[in-house]
Design a binder for this molecule. Structure first.
Ligand code: NG6
Ligand code: CA
Length: 510
């Protein structure tokens, strides 16, 4: 189903036929708004709609009003590569240097490259990114924190940007709006280093007594807001964030942008900090779940979604906004801070019935919650087992909006529009999954999973207690019979193994 309603209404206008559409409201004939809610480290089993123990009524409602996908995938088991692929339609592993980015990395998506926001802009949308970025900023020298920070989101298709430069656990702990740090006092410039200590702010290593949350591995450099971070930072006192305010501030910025309606539809990439570490929910959410800070930030995330849905409703945009809700990678408990995520877990299973988690080649690394709601275009109450990859959002919207794009750049994206709106229940033929150290796995439509032999460790080496799924031997699993990927059948079905090996090589050499 390809159509461009914006175009149709223009043609109608020219031919004087506008009144013949009088039975449809203006909202019904316009191109749909698109709100992409991208959460951080939210696991396949973390929402109550997916069987989790922590109540997420607002997100569950979203699923009940649209489609809940059970086989949708992030392209990687960590943040930077998943985001890279989501925005460019190209698997991140095709070039080096697109793993988890330090907070002073230069821009990974180069201006001029085909992007999802760029495509939406071509289709007449006004575009915004709000929330976590983690895709680098600035030229080869890295970002000029005290000056104009460019290139960044505005150079790759966003009209407006309000971001955390990297992640909550990395310096600099400031917001960047468009090209500049918010509230930066020129008399108190910022310096950032990922190599040496700069300035005299205490570190978590030397002054653990000053911490409100103790670090467990890494994360023992500069202390800001009672939490020590990865990396050192001096200056910028007036610009420092308070982690507890992230959710409110992002919702506030989204509200502002969405309310400035204008005539164009909007595309918003709303990338929450929740539920990444450090998990510091706003005071009103602290202690409201039984699962400790990790549970509380899930509750906060649910509030965020509720607030955004109320906003759409109030603005008369509920019916004709496509909301896509998903996560960048699988779940992790201890990811660098002693926040009792493991101790207070109870019966809750962040990974659902799957094995692995964040960083892992096993299913919970990349199979993530994925929900689509679009009252005007998608009927409610659906569940879809279609195989869907986030890398296909670019190709799918391009197809729906009839916007051409350079397929030699967005090389991995496909038109999965029919799966996205629930019309195709089968979905993609395969997905490639990128785990720690850029190790790949391939999953086929019929449910065979191939993890090539590699020298990686069997467990994530620094402390999260997550199986990587790596082995020195080739592995093949049949997910239909063995969803937890426990029995290697590579020797039983050598022809299948050979075929998947060849397929993965072909994809790599594309
Ligand atoms: C790891 C960090 C982890 C987290 C991750 C990125 C250590 C020991 N661990 O290197 O805490 O920041 O990078 O997470 O430093 S992601 O979701 O943004 O990919
Ligand atoms: Ca993440």
């Amino acid at each position: 189903m390809k159509r461009n309603l914006l175009l149709l209404s223009c043609i109608a206008l020219l031919s004087g036929a506008c009144n013949s559409q009088s039975e449809k409201t203006e909202e019904e004939t316009a191109s749909p708004n698109v709100l992409l809610i991208y959460t951080d480290d939210l696991g396949y089993g973390d929402l109550s709609a997916y069987g989790g123990d922590i109540p997420t009524p607002n997100i569950d409602k979203l699923a009940a009003e649209g489609i809940l996908f059970t086989n949708a995938y992030a392209t990687a088991a960590t943040c930077t590569p998943s985001r890279y692929s989501l925005l460019t339609g190209e698997y991140a592993w095709r070039a080096k240097g697109r793993g988890v980015a330090p907070g002073d990395a230069s821009a990974l998506i180069k201006p001029g490259v085909e992007t999802l926001p760029g495509l939406m802009k071509k289709a007449g949308y006004r575009t915004a990114v709000i929330g976590k970025w983690h895709l680098g900023l600035g030229g080869e020298e890295g970002p000029d924190w005290n000056g104009k920070i460019s290139p960044g989101p505005l150079e790759i298709g966003f009209d407006y940007s309000f971001i955390l430069p990297a992640t909550g656990d990395r310096v600099p702990t400031v917001y960047v709006e468009d090209h500049h740090i918010v509230n930066l006092d020129p008399a108190d410039p910022i310096e950032v280093s990922y190599r040496n200590k700069v300035g005299d702010r205490p570190t978590g290593k030397d002054h653990p007594e000053q911490l409100t949350t103790m670090w467990s591995h890494g994360h023992n450099h500069t202390i800001v807001n009672g939490v020590s971070r990865i990396g050192y930072m001096s200056g910028g006192e007036a610009a420092l964030w308070r982690d507890e305010d992230f959710a409110d501030i992002f919702v506030g910025k989204a509200t502002q942008f969405i309310k400035e309606k204008e005539d164009q539809p909007f595309f918003m990439y709303f990338a929450t900090h929740d539920i990444h570490v450090p998990r510091l929910a706003h005071e009103r959410f602290q202690g409201i779940t039984n699962e400790g800070p990790r549970g509380d930030v899930i509750a906060q995330l649910d509030w965020t979604v509720g607030a955004l849905m109320d906003l759409l409703e109030k603005e008369g945009m509920r019916e004709n906004t496509i909301v896509v809700f998903t996560s960048d990678n699988g779940p992790v408990l201890d990811d660098g801070y002693e926040d009792q995520a493991r101790e207070l877990l109870g019966e809750h299973k962040p990974w659902g019935e799957l094995s692995g988690g964040k960083y892992s080649a096993l299913e919970a690394g990349t199979r993530v919650p994925f929900i689509v709601r679009w009252p005007q275009g998608v009927s409610s109450g659906q569940r879809s087992a279609a195989m869907f990859s986030q890398v296909d959002l670019l190709g799918s919207f391009a197809s729906y909006l009839s916007i051409p794009y350079d397929q030699s750049q967005a090389i991995d994206t496909q038109d999965s529009w029919a799966a996205l709106i629930g019309e195709d229940t089968k979905g993609r033929d395969f997905v490639v999954q990128e785990a720690l150290f850029s190790n790949l796995a391939l999953l086929s439509q019929e449910g065979y999973k191939y993890i090539p032999a590699n020298n990686g460790p069997a467990m994530v080496p620094w402390g999260p207690i997550i199986k990587t799924g790596f082995s020195k031997e080739d592995q093949l699993f049949d997910l239909n019979a063995d969803p937890k990927e426990q029995t290697n059948i590579a020797n039983e079905v050598p022809e299948k193994l050979a075929q998947m090996k060849e397929q993965l090589e072909n994809i790599k050499n594309k």
